[in-house]
Design a protein around this ligand. Structure first.
Ligand code: PLP
Length: 495
C-alpha cells in the first residue's frame, strides 16, 4: 500500500481567490497523479491477494456523513481517504472471484481511456468534433456485428435499462406515429400491448411504465424447460389480443436472460413479428455481444432481423462502467422519436455547430459523456477476437462448474447451463434458507461473491461468470467453499 508514502507530499490545487482550479505547482500534480495511477495499477495487478468483497465498517460509513466541504483539502489527502475508505470496500467485480449479478470485470485500457476522456472533458450531445466521430465509428462497427444496414442508428447510453426503454419508445412511434410525442398515448386511437417471456429482466416492465403504455399492457408469456419463450403461447396471446381489439406493438426477445442466460428462439420470434407486423426488439444486455464468439454466434441466429437491440459493453466485453448501447434498424424513425428543434441547438453547415444529426437527436440526454472512448480503446487494444474468446472461456468455465456440481453428490443443479451462468444449491431439506446463508457467508468470507435468484420456488446460488480474470482455480475455490459451508450448516437447516 502506498498511502503512507503520501504523507508530507501535499498537492495544492488552484484555490487562490479569483484564481482558476488548476494547480499552481504542475510538477507536484504530475507526481501526485502518477501516485494515484500507481495505486490503481497496484489494486488491479494484486487483486487476487484481496478479499473479493468486504463489508463497509460503521466507522468508514460514518466518514461519508460529513457535511459538504466549504474549504479546500489537499488532493493527496483526498486520495489517501479514497485508498482508506473507498477502494477496499468496492463491489469487488474487478476480482476473479466475483460471480454475482451481471458485472463485467473492467480492463486497464478502458480505465486509462476514461482518464483521457475526462481530461478533454468532451460533451457528446452533439457538435462537430472528433469524439463524436469516435462514437459514430463504434455505431458503424456495431451495425457490422449484427449485419444491420448503413441507415441503422446507434447511441451510447448508461445501460440496457435505458437502451431497452429507447427501443420501446421507438416501437411506440412505429405504431402510433410521431404525433404521439405531442398527444401522448391518451389521445391514441389504439390500445397497445407488448409481449415478453416470464424470464425477462424487470427493466422491460419499467420501460412500459415509463413510456406511458403501462405495465399491465405487457403480456408475460410462459417459458419452456430451457427458459425460452413458448412460441405457441405467444402466438395465441397475439391472436387473443387482436380479437379483443387491442394492438400488439412490440415483441421483446431475450438474448441471455438475467437469471440463467437463456436465449429465446430469435429466428422464430423475428418471423412471428414480421408476419404480424409487430416491432421486434432484442434485450441483448449481455448476450448480444456473444456474436463476437464464433462458437456462440449461431445461437443468436435471428438477431440480425431485429428492429432494435439493447446491449451493454460494460458486461461481457469488459468495458468499465457504464457503456450501454441501443441499435435501431430504422435510423430515421429513431431520430423522429427524439429529435427536438431548439434555437440554442441550431445546426450549421460549417463551424462547431455543423452536422445535421447529433447524438442528442437519438435519445433523451443532451449532455453526454465520452463512453465511446473507453469502448473504442477496449475494442482496438484487444480486438474483437480476444473479447469473443473471453466470452467463450467464461462459458467453458460455467460448464466446468456444472461438471463439478454434478460430480459432487451434495450439490444440485437448479437450471440448465446455457451460457456463463450456473444456478445451483447445496442439497438439504430447508435448502432455500441454507443456500441463502451460504451466499452471505461466502461473500463475507471474501473467497467468492455469487448472488442468488429464485428458480421456481427454489433459491439458487447463482454464479454468473463474466470476469475475464476468472480461472478454473476460482471455480474450484467456489465449489470447495460452498461444500464446506453447506456441510457445516446442514445439521441446522435439515431439521
Ligand atoms: C438481460 C438483462 N437486461 C437488462 C439489464 C439491465 O442492464 P443495465 O444494468 O445495464 O441497465 C440486465 C442487467 O443485468 C440484464 O441482464
Amino acid at each position: 500500500m502506498r498511502t503512507e508514502m503520501l504523507h508530507g507530499m501535499r498537492t495544492k490545487l488552484g484555490h487562490t481567490p479569483g484564481g482558476d482550479l488548476d494547480p499552481a505547482d504542475w510538477q507536484g500534480l504530475r507526481a501526485q497523479g502518477h501516485r494515484m495511477l500507481d495505486d490503481v495499477f497496484d489494486y488491479i495487478e494484486n487483486i487476487r491477494e484481496r478479499p473479493v468483497w468486504q463489508p463497509v465498517p460503521d466507522s468508514v460509513r460514518a466518514r461519508f456523513r460529513e457535511p459538504a466541504p466549504t474549504a479546500p483539502t489537499d488532493l493527496a489527502e483526498v486520495h489517501e481517504e479514497f485508498m482508506r475508505s473507498v477502494l477496499p470496500f468496492a463491489t469487488g467485480n474487478v476480482h476473479p472471484g466475483f460471480m454475482g449479478w451481471v458485472h463485467g470485470g473492467g480492463n486497464v485500457a478502458g480505465m486509462l481511456a476514461e482518464m483521457l476522456g475526462a481530461g478533454i472533458n468532451a460533451n457528446l450531445g452533439g457538435r462537430d468534433h472528433a469524439p463524436v466521430e469516435v462514437e459514430k465509428q463504434i455505431v458503424k462497427w456495431v451495425r457490422g456485428f449484427f449485419g444491420f444496414p448503413e441507415t441503422a442508428s446507434g447511441l451510447f447510453v448508461t445501460g440496457s435499462s435505458i437502451a431497452n426503454f429507447i427501443g420501446v419508445l421507438v416501437a411506440r412511434t412505429a405504431t402510433l406515429g410521431v404525433g404521439v410525442r405531442h398527444t401522448g398515448i391518451v389521445e391514441a386511437d389504439k390500445r397497445l400491448v407488448a409481449y415478453v417471456s416470464a424470464a425477462a429482466h424487470g427493466c422491460i416492465a419499467q420501460a412500459m411504465n415509463l413510456c406511458g403504455v403501462g405495465i399491465d399492457a405487457l403480456r408475460i408469456i410462459p417459458t419452456n424447460d430451457r427458459h425460452q419463450i413458448k412460441l405457441d403461447a405467444l402466438e395465441a396471446a397475439i391472436a387473443a389480443d387482436r380479437s379483443a381489439g387491442v394492438t400488439p406493438f412490440l415483441i421483446v426477445g431475450n438474448a441471455g436472460t438475467v437469471d440463467i442466460g437463456a436465449i429465446d428462439d430469435l429466428s422464430s420470434l423475428a418471423s412471428i413479428a414480421h408476419r404480424e407486423k409487430i416491432w421486434f426488439h432484442v434485450d441483448g444486455a449481455f448476450g448480444a455481444l456473444a456474436v463476437l464468439a464464433p462458437d456462440l454466434a449461431p445461437r443468436l441466429a435471428g438477431i440480425e432481423r431485429a428492429d432494435s437491440i439493447a446491449l451493454d459493453f460494460h458486461k461481457w466485453t469488459q468495458v468499465p462502467y457504464d457503456a450501454g448501447f441501443i441499435l435501431v434498424r430504422d435510423g430515421a424513425l429513431h431520430r423522429d422519436t427524439f429529435a427536438s428543434p431548439a434555437a440554442y441547438l441550431r445546426r450549421e453547415t460549417l463551424g462547431l455547430a455543423a452536422g445535421m444529426s447529433w447524438p442528442c437527436d437519438f435519445g433523451p440526454d443532451l449532455s453526454r459523456g465520452f463512453r465511446a472512448l473507453k469502448t473504442w480503446f477496449t475494442l482496438k487494444v484487444y480486438g474483437t477476437d480476444a473479447l469473443g474468446a473471453v466470452i467463450s472461456h467464461t462459458c467453458d468455465l460455467a460448464r466446468y462448474l456444472e461438471h463439478q456440481i454434478i460430480a459432487s453428490g451434495d450439490l444440485e443443479l437448479l437450471a440448465p447451463v446455457q451460457l456463463n451462468i450456473v444456478c445451483f444449491g447445496y442439497r438439504c431439506k430447508d435448502s432455500n434458507r441454507l443456500n441463502a446463508k451460504i451466499v452471505v457467508d461466502l461473500q463475507e468470507s471474501g473467497i467468492a461473491a455469487p448472488s442468488t435468484t429464485m428458480i421456481g420456488n427454489r433459491l439458487a446460488i447463482r454464479a454468473a461468470i463474466f470476469n475475464h480474470r476468472t480461472r478454473k482455480n476460482d471455480i474450484d475455490a467456489l465449489v470447495k467453499a460452498v461444500r464446506a459451508l453447506g456441510n457445516a450448516g446442514v445439521s441446522t437447516f435439515a431439521t
